[in-house]
Design a protein around this ligand. Sequence first.
Ligand SMILES: *Cc1c(COP(=O)(O)O)cnc(C)c1O
Length: 367
Amino acid sequence: MNKSLVTLLDLKAQYESISNEIDEVVLAVIRGGQFIGGDAVTNFEQRFANFADCKFGIGVGNATDGLEIALRSLRLPQGSEVLVPAFTFIGSSEAVTSAGLKIRFVDVDEYMTISVESMRRNYNPNCSTILVVHLYGQPCDMNPIMQFAKEKNLRVIEDCAQAHGAKYLGKSLGSFGDLGVFSFYPGKNLGAYGDGGIITTNNSDLALKCRMFANHGRISKYEHEFEGRNSRLDTLQAAILNVKLNHLTNWMQRRDAIVKLYLEKIEVSEKFQVLPRRDSCTHGNHLFVIKTENRNQLVAFLDAQGIQTGIHYPSALTLLPPYLEDHKQYTETFNANSYGEKVLSIPAHEMMTNEQAQLVINSLNSY
Ligand SMILES: *Cc1c(COP(=O)(O)O)cnc(C)c1O
């Protein structure tokens, strides 16, 4: 492997571009001596909720916990089923099982988001909830999804782990369903310097339930109304996220500019296809993904030119050991099952220069 000229992500360069601000707030937290809760957390929760067009934000330890806590706050019948897309990160489905619920997988459409047709086919009366995932930052088709939810009286949770700032018909993701969950894993578009996540909602009851679940079921220090758990956003991480949130819109614009350049200049080829983008939506541009039949060859070709690539993800969930046996019972053949062999993520991050973007374009066009 060459030393890459263009990496999938450059967190070091990102830090260097804001190091003065970051160093100052990190030191301030340490010197202040408050490490759980406090103003940094409260400010960030409110600011991020505003950013996602929601009234409430509840910081949590990570998005996998956030999804579980969001599901628990709905007080769903134990063992009821949650419709989950077959192609996503395993955190989406793990949360369903940890919340005492059952996963019902659904195929994905050509945008790699949950297929409304497959959802209708896989629905049964034991289903209580739809968990949509805005994969790669691509908004799910929320209007028909919300309509189906209404028709069948289903709750909706949005996994927005990859979709900070993305919008569907002008409305922020994380504000459509009962609850939304965002991740601040370092590599996400808004990343902490460790784990972190937030639950967003417009429902004050659910907001309170989530806050209590995430903090030992309590309303004050030793008043525990029920058994919860411990999953909070650290003060240090909140202080860092407060700084980074100020830069997020600029970073998103930069990602968008790179993607625009790609869409304009990458020539259509039989050897690979760029994923389609949903009309009238703002893509979160977490990942720029292409599909190719001969992935190993393309990976080696790009690597030789100093371009790093990634695979998100090498397998549909339905083919992974925890789910494979159950999935064999399904009558529907999922398109998602073949995508793990085809998808390839190409660098498109906020720290890239135009020259780096041009190198990626030239390389793909000469493949
Ligand atoms: C990253 C991610 C998660 C899990 O987020 P964590 O904060 O790492 O727990 C869940 N779902 C999707 C789609 C993700 O990309």
